[in-house]
Design a protein around this ligand. Structure first.
Ligand SMILES: [Zn+2]
Length: 205
């Protein structure tokens, strides 16, 4: 059983979120959770929020006023620990249905796996920082998907980014002593104004 507590603030949203609506949303989210084998159960407790609360989002043709973020602590079997699920849905008032727009799966096991994968990326970055030869990196593969890892140096030679060629992660790093092959790796769309900008954190796959 999945219990959802709406934490909505606008009159429009509060008006939508009846008991029946919350129950139907719970059924939708519960089946979204069930579709991920990472979870042990599809029961738990969660909240419903909207990130579009200003008047300018409330126009008659606005679709995003019907977007809701559902955050659930998902039960595990024989354990007091919880897994996390974040599901963003779009509600269609005409048909009284929900469509899933985005999902994040985070369980005890995926967190452990991601930690292990981040450590492997850190080793890769440290190798480059230590000035290793390019071929010394050949054995490394994306720890999430086994694809090759791209290395791209900024034209300053001080900053580089390593990323999965299938986009599972992207990490920036800085070095004062780049490896001697760094000029051969100066590709990629760097923002010249701010080469150290962290665009995004690794995206677990
Ligand atoms: Zn990958």
């Amino acid at each position: 059983m999945l219990t959802l507590t709406p934490k909505l603030v606008t009159r429009y949203h509060v008006g939508i979120a009846t008991k029946d609506w919350s129950r139907d949303l719970g059924i939708h989210v519960s089946s979204a959770i069930t579709s991920h084998p990472e979870y042990q159960t599809s029961s738990g407790a969660g909240t419903v929020t909207s990130r579009y609360n200003e008047d300018r989002f409330m126009g008659p043709l606005s679709l995003i006023k019907n977007d809701f973020d559902v955050t659930v602590n998902v039960d595990r079997r024989f354990s007091i620990r919880k897994d996390q699920s974040e599901v963003t849905v779009r509600y269609a008032p005409d048909s009284n249905t929900f469509e899933t727009l985005r999902e994040t799966v985070e369980t005890v096991e995926t967190k452990r796996r991601d930690k292990r994968c981040h450590r492997i990326v850190t080793q890769f970055v440290k190798k480059i920082e230590s000035g290793c030869q390019r071929h010394a990196l050949n054995d490394f593969r994306c720890p999430w998907c086994d694809a090759t890892i791209d290395v791209s140096f900024h034209s300053s030679g001080k900053v580089f980014v390593v990323s999965c060629s299938k986009r599972h992660f992207r990490r920036h790093a800085q070095t004062d002593s780049p490896p001697d092959w760094w000029r051969d790796a100066t590709t990629g769309g760097w923002l010249e104004s701010n080469p150290t900008e962290r665009t995004d954190e690794p995206e677990p796959g």
